[in-house]
Design a protein around this ligand. Structure first.
Ligand code: GAL
Length: 463
């Protein structure tokens, strides 16, 4: 900075040149001014640090970039010279092949074994740390079963409830080419005050063992349950993906309860607006209006529809969004009046690249911004850290900060699927080209930061 100032000086006397008195006086005045100016600037520079710290002192650590490195194991088994001639040398496995392969040397990286378990009751010094991908125990010491889940913050009891698929059963394929599955056991519910210590509240909507015509009959599919409370009726309303074993029913189901811990009464299923509906979520806005968002037209687009006032059905209105983009696993949230959504691509249980989207009005138009994942390494970022979005939780004490919830599906043993919870922030201009640049605001960037180990900063909730 000093050099700059020196260069910009207009009152410089070259050795040997003749300087007049007024010129000398002016030079001195200029020097005094420059010293004053430069010290002022330096003072301002210093002042910027606390300003920045004041802006987000708590989340700064969470926004640090954490790199991950892993070595791909060599291809297993050699091809015979004849096979090489016919089919070429064996293709090196991709990171996703390794992830899906039960016998991969990298297995423990993706699915660390029981020795590294997160155990809130016996947490010791490590208490309150999230370790994405590790097994996570409830307060009874059992692995948490709330897959494809979402949270509800219940104002009455000042408690968080986590609802999700209970997948505590054997994984099998109903047909040779069918998706790996676990029978419907039901929707589990866990409660917590700190988002880290979870008490098992039991199965609040059980699967049906006997009646083969029931939507929840064990050989059907119940996925991605989400619960919101209706302020007028005070009821807790659960929406979920209901399907048959081949995913051809493609419907949404609705259940209701007077208590967050159930039991929930299953009401019915339907194809909303007559359209197929697979991955879905619901979102309750600040004004009490709620919406259903679902993948439709064979997952090629999403549909969004306001729910009726009692939240028990969809209203007549529906808009198609992200048409032709083939997105699923929607997770919606709102920041400073703007709606954001994270979605995944459609590759079944295999991980893929997340995308963030934004909209000024929840009914659209929705615009795609790019991959929100930051840190790890390229493979981590291109696979959503080997997981798939399911929900985004606001951290009320830290405006602009959220927690991203995702599932790391264990294809070989779905019961052992893991949770990837990471900090998410909204801020700064989006760094990928916008789809439509004309007439749309410049959205803020949505970032999900990879961390091997992290904890919620103090002050994340409003006390
Ligand atoms: C995924 C979906 C999951 C589950 C899975 C079955 O695309 O997000 O919830 O349905 O397919 O293969």
């Amino acid at each position: 900075m000093r050099n700059k100032h020196r260069k910009s000086s207009a009152f410089h006397c070259n050795a040997g040149s003749r300087c007049s008195l007024p010129a000398l006086v002016w030079s001195l005045v200029a020097c005094v001014l420059m010293i004053h100016f430069s010290s002022h600037i330096r003072h301002d520079d210093k002042a910027e640090v606390p300003v920045h710290l004041n802006r987000k002192p708590l989340t700064r650590e969470l926004e640090e970039i954490e790199e991950e490195n892993f070595q791909m194991p060599p291809p297993r088994g050699k091809r015979s010279p004849r096979a090489i001639k016919r089919r070429g040398p064996r293709r090196p496995p991709s990171a996703i092949d390794e992830f899906l392969d039960e016998s991969s040397e990298l297995r423990n990286l993706f699915f660390p074994d029981r020795r590294t378990v997160i155990d809130p009751v016996n947490g010791g010094n490590d208490s309150m740390y999230f370790y994405p991908g590790r097994q996570w125990l409830d307060t009874d010491g059992n692995p948490i079963h709330a897959h494809g889940g979402g949270l509800l913050y219940d104002e009455n009891s000042e408690t968080y409830y986590w609802y999700g698929e209970n997948k505590d059963g054997p994984t099998y394929q109903a047909h040779k080419r069918g998706a790996a599955r676990v029978d419907i056991i039901g929707v589990s519910c866990y409660s917590s005050k700190d988002l880290w210590t979870w008490k098992n509240e039991g199965i609040v909507l059980p699967g049906e063992e006997v009646n083969t015509t029931h939507d929840l009959y064990k050989l059907n599919v119940l996925e991605r349950p989400k619960v919101i409370q209706n302020d007028k009726t005070k009821q807790y309303v659960m929406w979920m993906h209901i399907d048959d074993v081949n995913y051809t029913k493609a419907s949404v189901g609705v259940a209701v309860s007077n208590s967050p811990t159930g039991p929930f009464e299953y009401l019915y299923s339907k194809r909303p607006h007559g359209f197929d509906s697979r991955d879905m979520t619901i979102f309750k806005d600040d004004d009490g209006k709620a919406y259903l968002i679902y993948s439709s037209e064979d997952n090629s687009e999403l549909h969004i529809s306001p729910l009726t006032e009692d939240y028990l059905d969809v209203s007549q209105t529906m808009r198609r969004i992200l048409i032709g983009r083939h997105r699923e696993a929607p997770a919606l949230f709102k920041d400073k009046g703007t709606y954001y959504m994270i979605t995944s691509g459609c590759t079944g249980w295999a991980p893929n690249r997340a995308l963030a989207h934004a909209a000024e009005s929840i009914m659209g138009p929705w615009e795609t911004m790019g991959n929100p994942c930051v840190g790890g390494n390229k493979v981590f970022r291109m696979t959503t850290f080997f997981s798939q979005s399911t929900f985004v939780v606001p951290l009320p004490g830290l405006p602009g900060s959220f927690m991203f919830m995702a599932d790391r599906w264990n294809l070989a043993d779905l019961r052992d699927s893991r949770y990837v919870w990471l900090p998410l922030t909204v801020g700064g201009p989006a760094d990928e080209p916008l789809e439509y640049s004309f007439g749309f605001p410049v959205w803020s960037r949505v970032s999900v930061y990879w961390h091997r180990k992290w904890k919620l900063p103090d002050g994340w909730r409003v006390d």
